[in-house]
Write a protein that binds this ligand. Structure first.
Ligand code: ZN
Length: 677
């Protein structure tokens, strides 16, 4: 498996280099596109695109157009002022006549880059509102210099939203004991709507005996009308109509190039869903989609993940277009084929195991475009659909996006991180040798087995863990992956070729959970994001429970805190114990125990260690967050104007791409007239 993976990676560099240079001498792929604030923007190659058929490339093309058409939806979901602010900032940027090296202008450009990256005025990860480093005077002068018609009528409000740090301070608030809706600045809920009202509204309409419930609230904004709670559906003729029409238009064009009837039916059903807004149609679409395992080209397009909603219901709009990486998919096929074995041997109470794990399909994919909530920051693995009953009855699709993980890996090479945080040269050697493979395998096991494993006891509400559900679900999937990475079965199945390789992954995970991920948190702040809470929960719990056996420890070496793992076998045992407990919590819907685990281990940060990590990290000057610019696709037509193919090009700059998207994919209206040219 290592050999196959290595050859794939060599091919990526070679193909990309040739395409870029257009000549015999291969140049290295230009992975790094931009660097600002806490962000590094990368490019990713799309290896094997040229080996698709022209028909498949046309399918990819129209699906990428459908993907980019939904961009404005996410911006508006994130905050109701986002689109107006983006257009205002882009207007100022393009209209600016002064010195572009001026300190104020540079600070302005940095802020604009941050807003672009986050699809709005709040940081994509911390959810905190950005603080501009340019002056209000500079801003006011630029607004005044705009053509009259381009100055938004509500400029006073927009200025206040940009400059007043306490106004709309957080996009998604997860803090305990406050109204999560009132204190979150997203636009998924209308003004004056309270958490209690939303909860009682859904409690009243939810049929708890329904074995196939729709995903309540997934595609609606909740508002208040005449004192009553109403749902405003996102659909043709509803909210976001112009954007959704353009998505539908491109899906219709893509439909003509479907690889087979099944895929055609998937696209038809998605179009129908966008027209009706009926979540039953979405479920039917999801079932068709999960069953389409034969097509090379595939896509996600819709209101999918609910991390942007403090109550975890409404889906943020996103799209990823991709095609199967045939070589690397062999690895995930092995994992899938053995899904039942993994379920039967998992360290959880047999009552909580699935007697029949259904249709866990897994593949490695090559992303062709990232859009909506998957752009510029993007996941490296996906497991869909999210509806538990569909997963149970029809299975789920699980993917690892390997041209993205490869780009991360290539761009991170030699940045000094391992030298700083992993002083043991032997462990560094292991990480260099095994981490790319174990990272990918961890993602496969997490997405394709972890999330798909286990079952609820009859009558248990799938939302019983409420605000802690996402963290505990991620911990469950991670623990499943970690537990099995150290299992001899990995060697037996040929997934790893060294019985010690898993130790590199264990070390990295514990180091990340205890220390290095803290670089993403500002001093004095808690850990909030679900995946980060999950990693902290696992590491801190194992540190605590393993103390009596000295399983692992933090030691001081020359004034620096260093993680030492003394017993990898026992650590694996602890992963199994915690997996069993979290599965119990989920299966029984034990909210109190779940809350207790999260609050004890996953939230609070040791300020001394936090400061040390930030100081050591600052020295390295590594961006804690990364994201991507997309390749650009161009339609090729024949003499009659009929589409015959689509080409891919790389190398676009971050700012150029964002301005181009602003021009070409501006689908939703705002009050002001300013169109950036
Ligand atoms: Zn996950």
């Amino acid at each position: 498996m290592s050999i196959k993976r290595f050859m794939t990676s060599v091919a990526i560099t070679a193909i990309a280099g040739n395409q870029l240079a257009g000549a015999a001498a291969p140049e290295p792929f230009p992975y790094i596109a931009d660097r600002f604030a806490d962000i590094e923007v990368l490019r990713y190659p799309v290896p094997d695109y040229e080996n698709l058929t022209p028909k498949q490339r046309l399918l990819v093309y129209y699906l990428t157009e459908a993907a980019l058409s939904g961009r404005d939806i996410l911006w508006d979901q994130n905050n109701r002022h986002n689109l107006a602010i983006r257009r205002l900032l882009e207007g100022i940027y393009t209209n600016y006549k002064g010195d572009r090296n001026d300190k104020q202008f540079k600070a302005f450009h940095k802020y604009l880059k941050q807003v672009w990256f986050a699809n709005g005025i709040h940081h994509h990860y911390s959810m905190d509102k950005f603080v501009p480093e340019f002056s209000r005077e500079f801003f006011d002068a630029q607004v005044a210099a705009l053509p009259e018609c381009c100055r938004p009528a509500d400029i006073a409000t927009l200025t206040e939203v940009i400059f007043n740090p306490s106004l709309m301070a957080k996009r998604v608030n997860q803090a305990e004991g406050v109204d999560l809706i009132a204190t979150s600045a997203n636009n998924l809920y209308g003004e004056g709507v309270t958490q209690a009202e939303v909860e009682s509204y859904f409690n009243a309409i939810k049929d708890t005996t329904d074995v196939a419930p729709i995903s309540y609230g997934l595609n609606t904004r909740i508002a208040k009308k005449d004192g009553k709670i109403v749902e405003q559906p996102y659909k043709v003729g509803g909210l976001y109509d112009p954007a959704i029409r353009r998505i539908v238009d491109n899906l219709t064009k893509a439909r003509a190039y479907a690889e087979n009837e099944r895929q055609g039916a998937v696209i038809d059903k998605l179009i129908e869903f966008y027209r009706t807004g009926d979540l039953k149609d979405f479920d039917e679409y999801s079932i068709l989609w999960v069953g389409d395992t034969g097509s090379r080209v595939d896509f996600v397009n819709g209101f999918i993940e609910s991390y942007g909603d403090p109550l975890g219901m409404t889906g943020s709009w996103e799209s990823i277009v991709n095609f199967k990486d045939l070589g690397a998919s062999h690895r995930t096929e092995i994992v899938s084929e053995n899904a039942q074995w993994f379920e039967d041997h998992s360290p959880v109470d047999p009552r909580f195991r699935k007697p029949h794990v259904k249709g866990v399909t897994a593949k490695v994919i090559t992303a062709a475009i990232l859009a909506g909530d998957a752009y510029p920051a993007t996941p490296i693995g996906i497991n869909l659909p999210n509806a538990s009953w569909i997963r149970a009855a029809h299975g789920s699709k699980s993917v690892t996006i390997e041209n993205i993980t490869r780009a991360y890996d290539e761009a991170a090479h030699g940045n000094g991180f391992n030298e700083e945080f992993v002083p043991d040269p032997e462990m560094r050697r292991m990480m260099d040798k095994y981490l790319f493979d174990t990272d990918n395998l961890h993602t496969d096991l997490h997405e394709c087995l972890g999330h798909a494993s286990g079952q609820l006891l009859p009558g248990v509400d799938p939302d019983a863990l409420k605000a802690h559900g996402s963290t505990l679900e991620e911990a469950r999937a991670d623990l499943f992956a970690l537990y099995y990475l150290g299992d001899p079965k990995m060697i037996e199945l040929g997934l790893l070729d060294n019985p010690d390789a898993y130790k590199a992954q264990y070390y990295k995970q514990m180091l990340n959970g205890m220390m290095t991920q803290l670089m993403r948190i500002e001093p004095g702040k808690d850990v909030e994001e679900a995946h980060m809470r999950n990693r902290k929960l696992i590491a801190e719990w194992c540190m605590d429970k393993g103390r009596k056996d000295n399983v692992m420890e933090l030691v001081n070496v020359d004034g620096k805190t260093v993680l030492k793992i003394n017993d990898y076998e026992k650590l694996r045992g602890l992963f199994g114990d915690l997996l069993a407990e979290i599965q119990r919590i989920k299966s029984e819907g034990d909210y109190e125990a779940g809350r207790n685990l999260v609050e004890t281990y996953a939230v609070k940060v040791d300020p001394r260690l936090h400061k040390e990590v930030l100081d050591r990290y600052a020295h390295l000057n590594i961006a804690p967050y990364k994201g991507f610019v997309n390749p650009a696709y161009k339609l090729v037509t024949d003499a009659d104007g009929k589409p015959v193919d689509a080409q891919v090009t790389y190398g676009e700059d971050y700012t150029d791409q964002m301005l181009r998207y602003g021009r070409e994919y501006s689908t939703l209206p705002t009050a002001e007239c300013c169109k950036t040219k």
